[in-house]
Design a protein around this ligand. Sequence first.
Ligand code: CLR
Length: 439
Amino acid sequence: MFSRNDFSLWSVLKNCIGKELSKITMPVIFNEPLSFLQRMVEYMEYAHLLRKASEESDPIARMQYVAAFAVSALASNWERLGKPFNPLLGETYELERDGYRVICEQVSHHPPVSAFHAESKDFIFHGSIHPKLKFWGKSVEIQPKGQVTVELPRWGEAYSWTNVNCCVHNIIVGKLWMEQYGTMEVVNHASGHRAILTFKPAGWFSKDLHRVEGFIIDRHKKKLHFLYGKWTEFIRCTDVGSYEERDGEKGKGPTPTDSPSHTPKKVLAKLNSLKVGPFKSNSQSGSNNSVDDGCPIPEPGDGDLPKCDSTYSIDIPNSSTLWEADPRPENTAEYYQFTLFAMSLNEMEDGMPEKLCPTDCRLRPDIRKLEEGDIDGAAAEKTRLEEKQRDARKARKGKKGDWSPKWFAHGMNPYTKEEDWLYSGGYWDRDFGHIPDIF
Ligand code: CLR
């Protein structure tokens, strides 16, 4: 990875306040050597949780694992502040691993929509994501619009959810950092069980940084289990009784439900006298932030890196751990903060060159050049590919049968009844005879 110290993100973005970022070309220095299609495949890192879900005979236990999977799918985003390459229209990515296989395709360019379909003997996992990036000045807000669905054929069940928003802070000055916040509702369409999980904004002193918590409820809204943890580290589960007992001890010490608004006035006064930053009471800082910042973050010392993570323990009695993140490799900082899984995604394995679809990300020259450390070469290739894509679009204009994706079709998701892109099959027959040359 190259140091970005000499480059100012602000100088690139300052003319784009309020704009949708998908149309803005950014210098390659801000990229990571992966396409967004590969980034989506990172959802699969903890796919064993779906196998575990399918092995449970109790629907509530299945929900625990599916919810843990939904959170685990976001873990690789931690500290990943490079921009993945925008996939070209028709670009694909395939991966076969640990008993599953997945195929992705860029099905639309404006707006950018990426679709994926993973299958194994235990589960099907599919979805389409249309990331909306909005630049607010100090921060970039990302809405991963679209939905994802898990099917467990053994049980005739389908689960679906939408990913939470995320926000990248300190575009103008300071160190970039990211948070994910909002509510994720994992619905089991067969039984009516739901896992309602809140991803908390970092809050005062970043006390809630990365925290996630919520309940599994049944169709009558009865709370069955409490789930808690951090999307960067782990998810645990306990019974509602143990959670409530623990919650009753409030005052003896902070609990996961303590909100940042509890910072007493006296403490604020003390902090301000220490001159470590202008600390405002919650309501004030809220309105202050909403002026030019789309993200609902009360930040002490505006614009700084979150300084402390958890200052209190959140172990609750009778908990079991559903998921724990693997530690990052030792050299991760030199490799775009990649996980080991991410590091493997550009690998040309034995036999691949002969059998890969010609539109596969691994064959994309700009990504490959960046991976090899040739930044100028990468920039030149990126420009060439984007021009080629534009020319191809112009050439198609007027001709009938514009563009249609090869492996996915636009349709209605049968469970959510919303618009989606569904796999039309056939990729794994590997008949790539008349695939257009997009690179
Ligand atoms: C987050 C998880 C969602 C899907 C998703 C969509 C877009 C991704 C985002 C994830 C993570 C952050 C992301 C973003 C696109 C650009 C942004 C990679 C994977 C990076 C951090 C922005 C870098 C550019 C700024 C420095 C301007 O389910």
